[in-house]
Write a protein that binds this ligand. Structure first.
Ligand code: MLT
Length: 404
């Protein structure tokens, strides 16, 4: 008789964004006349930039010709893409990362869920609270946590680092050092970030305590302030203690295309065992490479035209962020984020719970957002709006909120 992985039974309910989608579908069915504005999941709305589309078309044509057809991609990624990433995302910023330290994948969500496989089951993880749910859920599935505690909204055996307005959304160093530290900067969901000096302190803490930082930099393109690191490898010593995960979803609109990468430096080792070699082994066994035409699309993101066009898209979304941020402030809300990230994080009004405000906004203004408590107990009393909608919808949403 087979047995299931009972760790799955520790997970309460469904994945956050699936729960929201189901609630919104039910509302839309019951209110077919409602003109719903979706500012919930951080999904982009602008089309893929022309330079990238052109590169994809060329790659499709290559696939139609026996002379240029490509079968399986190299499982760690094509050199043309790994070289472009190493040069433009790292070496140009003074980070000593080489192309063979870059592992191309089908996206940051997969990598951030899979990376925990490199670590022993008894490692203790630390996460910010609120947090992108994938970090915790993937560790729950792997058996690296205890049970879910309904009363606290936390899993036993996990170190939660509260990030609230009271501490400026800056996590404090856990008293008892964890083994794996997840940091997402700029942060999803709070939209805040750390200054470079603060990030250096995390690198120093990890090195002192023999911990690894899993650094999710999916929103790096949205950094607008000068003293914020674009990569953790801008910090001294990070190559010996950090893995960085990046995405093409938010900077180039690849949410439906799927492409990302993870940097595992060669000097990252535990007891003489290279994590780079382990991740290469894992990739080779479980992944057959991101599709050729998608990797060509990724390469085009780094072309002069591609860079200009994706920068325009980022600016478009950041204009939305300013519209939402300033509009909410004018309407008397307490608002955070939106300056180095495409997320606006607000305190719910009148002491409403996050889900009460979700229902209120959906019913009274037909706007979908994300309840802060869905990201962890310290998110209770907060709410997230994304800047990834169209500009028209961002303006209309704020008009509706102001009219409430
Ligand atoms: C979010 O809304 O938090 C993100 O879109 C989720 C993701 O990137 O997987």
């Amino acid at each position: 008789m087979y047995k299931i992985n009972t760790n799955f039974q520790k997970l309460p309910g469904s994945y956050l964004f699936s729960t929201i989608a189901a609630k919104v579908s039910a509302f839309a069915e019951a209110n077919p006349q409602a003109d719903i504005i979706r500012l919930g999941i951080g999904d982009v709305t602008q089309p893929i930039a022309p330079a990238i589309i052109e590169a994809m078309h060329c790659a499709v044509d290559e696939m139609a010709d026996a002379a240029t057809f490509r079968g399986y991609a190299p499982d760690l990624g094509y050199d043309f893409l790994r070289n472009a990433i190493a040069e433009q995302d790292y070496q140009k910023r003074g980070c000593d990362i080489s192309a063979d330290e870059i592992f191309v994948s089908d996206g940051a969500k997969s990598d951030s869920g899979n990376i925990q496989e490199l670590f022993s089951e008894d490692n203790r993880i630390a996460v910010c609270d609120p947090v992108y749910p994938v970090y915790i859920d993937s560790n729950v599935m792997a058996g690296r946590t205890g049970n879910y505690n309904e009363a606290t909204g936390m899993f036993d055996g996990v170190t939660y680092m509260p990030c609230t307005a009271e501490n400026g959304f800056v996590p404090e160093f856990p008293k008892e050092a964890p083994d794996l530290i997840y940091l997402c900067l700029p942060n999803n969901p709070t939209g805040t970030t750390l200054k470079k000096g603060q990030l250096q302190e995390w690198v120093d803490y990890a090195r002192k305590n023999g911990a690894v930082i899993i650094y999710d930099a999916a929103y790096e393109a949205y950094i607008s302030e000068d003293d914020v690191a674009h990569s953790i490898y801008e910090c001294d010593g990070a190559k010996s203690c950090a893995i960085e995960i990046r995405s093409f979803s938010k900077n180039a609109g690849f949410t439906g295309v799927r492409l990302g990468f993870t940097v595992v430096p060669k000097e990252l080792a535990c007891g003489g065992v290279s994590l780079h070699a382990m991740w290469a082994r894992r990739h080779g066994t479980k992944f057959n490479g991101a599709p050729y035409l998608i990797q060509r699309a990724g390469e085009a993101v780094y072309s002069p035209e591609g860079r200009r066009q994706v920068a325009e898209q980022v600016a478009y979304y950041m204009k939305n962020a300013a519209t939402i941020y300033n509009g909410l402030k004018d309407a008397g809300y307490e608002v955070y984020g939106g300056i180095n990230a495409p997320y606006i994080w607000l305190r719910t009004p009148d002491g409403m719970s996050s889900w009460e405000f979700f229902d209120y906004l959906l019913e009274k203004a037909n706007i979908v957002g994300t309840p802060g408590c869905g990201f962890g107990p310290s998110g209770e009393g907060y709410f997230r709006l994304t800047a990834f909608g169209s500009h028209e919808n961002s303006v209309r949403a704020l008009e509706r909120i102001k009219a409430l």
